[in-house]
Design a protein around this ligand. Structure first.
Ligand code: C2E
Ligand code: CA
Ligand code: CA
Length: 528
């Protein structure tokens, strides 16, 4: 991939990493704020409806009380006293009176003769409603006046009274709309006539008209609906408060993510170039992991594992860079380095430990080149390796080109160097090579050893691998042995060798030799 394209791609990924979580959080915050406001509006509309129905109930109670007094003269002193009592008893009622011919003749305040104009409409209950009546005693105030058409008894309510409990919610619009006129009888704040159209007579209509969140509730008892509305601006205000906290966090997280993406991408891009430099500067070293004889516990050999420490101290795992080295055809130079380091490290170890072996990992490319034989010969000479002192580990994958690697493998084996098949069972390759290539060891991969602890289905595989190795006459090394349970299982089934953290982790050669000497001193001391 082109370097510029890759960096651009990383940047775009970073930008997406910034914007996606923020957008999602903002959307969720908006939805939450929306739902909260909608719930507030709905419960307010319910309250307004309840209070309006209560005041209508009270009006009817008053009509009934006056009717059942059967006063011959509605404006008698006695009847006016009753009006006063009923007025006082009802908190929402401002005045109780008697109307005839569009004139208020008397009320709980005494005798009058006040024209109040014709009714705005008459309900199906026979109540004449005047939505806006001004009394001379209270100039400037308009009242909602309900008159029982049959008796003339009348109740006046201040249009803001049923709504007064909601003074704290000043940013909300609330009100009551008559079914008869489709206009407001009681209200505070704005009212849009189209809300009633949008509600369409539903018992409980909740919607947004673009500018406001609205709930309209129709009274199941009377001919009106209560509504409550809040401007969507207040949803956005809630969102702004949230965004003020969230956006900086999101931006920060996004920047970190973007940085990580760019950093990783750059590292990945730079790896081939850096790898070349690393070879020149000898940034590689080896660690040695003991191979243990499972029946005696003694160390019988070691696998050389490559390590790369960059000048900045960073350690790069072989899993990462070996694959890159293979891809860019640098792996043979890496293998050459490994052999050179082994020669420097091991020196005369084999003179003291004639049966000991050193295992080296080879890649497919190594097995397609005669140069590998030259390097192995040099190594053999430098450490005075005899038959069995060197093992090369090759993975199944190299046998995908079985013909191409066979001659080098045969040459290697002809030199008394043994061959181990590494990561056995993980390569998804045909096992037919087992018939045609001569091998010495089979390494049971740690992914199978792992399963010996658990009752996983793959643990069924290990007995088969062991049987196969036995029938092919291969020695076995189990990799990644971490527990005594695993070691016990393998030992009992005749696996001779093992590697793993149960015994030792890979370690620098100096430490390896120190530990080996100590173990030998101890065993010779106990033998003496
Ligand atoms: P591998 O050949 O399968 O090496 C065994 C890996 O398992 C090593 O990882 C080793 O440190 C790790 N290991 C050993 N015992 C345990 C254990 O008990 N538990 C666990 N979890 N892991 C354990 P490492 O050193 O990171 O090497 C990784 C791979 O890199 C090797 O896998 C090998 O394929 C490759 N490699 C290492 N050195 C070289 C080399 O010099 N040349 C080539 N071509 N490949 C190498
Ligand atoms: Ca190996
Ligand atoms: Ca392995």
């Amino acid at each position: 991939m082109n370097k510029k394209v890759a960096v651009a791609l990383a940047l775009v990924t970073g930008l997406i990493a910034i914007s996606v979580p923020i957008s999602i959080s903002l959307f969720l915050a908006w939805k939450q704020s929306f739902n909260e406001q909608m719930a507030t509006v709905a419960s307010l509309a319910q309250d307004v409806l309840r209070r309006s129905e209560e005041s209508t109930d009270q009006t009817f109670i008053i009509f009934k009380a006056l009717a059942s007094a059967h006063s011959a003269d509605p404006c008698s002193a006695e009847n006016i006293r009753l009006m006063g009592k009923l007025d006082l008893a009802s908190e929402q009622v401002q005045a109780v009176g008697y109307v005839r011919d569009n004139r208020l003749l008397c009320s709980s305040y005494g005798h009058h003769d006040t024209p109040i104009g014709p009714p705005t409409y008459v309900t199906r209950y026979g109540t004449a409603i005047r939505t806006s009546v001004e009394f001379p005693v209270l100039p400037g105030e308009r009242f909602l006046v309900s008159t029982d058409v049959a008796s003339g008894y009348t109740v006046a309510i201040h249009p803001s009274l049923p709504l007064n409990v909601f003074v704290g919610e000043s940013h909300l619009s609330i009100g009551v709309v008559s079914d008869y006129t489709r206009s407001v009888i009681l209200h505070r704040g704005v009212f849009e006539p189209e809300w009633i159209e949008l509600a369409g007579g539903r018992a409980d209509a909740r919607f947004s008209d673009g500018g406001s969140l609205v709930t309209v509730k129709h009274s199941p008892k009377y001919g009106f609906s209560a509504y409550a509305a809040v401007s969507t601006a207040s949803v956005n205000a809630g969102l702004r408060r949230f965004a003020l906290v969230l956006v900086p966090i999101g931006v920060l997280a996004g920047i970190v993510l973007a940085w990580a993406v760019v950093y990783l991408a750059r590292q990945q891009l730079a790896l081939p170039a850096v790898l070349k430099v690393a070879l020149k500067r000898n940034e590689f070293f080896l660690e040695y992991q003991p191979v243990v004889d499972l029946s005696t516990g003694r160390w019988v050999g070691a696998e050389a594992l490559i390590r790369w420490r960059r000048p900045n101290g960073e350690l790069i795992r072989p899993d990462v860079f070996i694959a890159v080295a293979e891809e860019i055809n640098l792996i043979q130079r890496v293998t050459e380095r490994v052999m050179a380091i082994i020669a420097d490290d091991v020196q005369d170890l084999l003179a003291h430990h004639p049966g000991f072996h050193i295992a080296i990992n080879l890649s497919a490319a190594d097995l397609q080149s005669e140069q590998t034989l030259v390097c192995l010969d040099t190594l053999r000479g430098r450490i005075s390796a005899g038959p069995g002192n060197l093992i090369v580990e090759v993975t199944e994958r190299v046998f995908m080109k079985a013909e191409a690697v066979r001659s080098v493998l045969d040459e290697i084996r002809g030199r008394g160097i043994e061959i181990a098949i590494d990561d056995f069972g993980t390569g998804y390759s045909s096992l037919s090579y087992l018939e045609s290539v001569k091998l010495d060891y089979l390494k049971i991969d740690k992914c199978f050893v792992e399963t010996l602890e658990k009752e996983a289905a793959t643990s069924q595989v290990v007995p088969h691998i062991i049987e196969m190795a036995k029938s092919l006459n291969l020695k076995m090394v189990a990799e990644g042995v971490e527990t005594e349970v695993q070691a016990q299982y393998l030992r009992q089934r005749g696996v001779q060798f093992a590697q793993g953290w149960l015994f030792a982790r890979p370690m620098p050669f100096a430490e390896f030799v120190r530990t080996l000497r100590k173990a030998e001193e101890e065993s010779s001391a106990s033998a003496a």
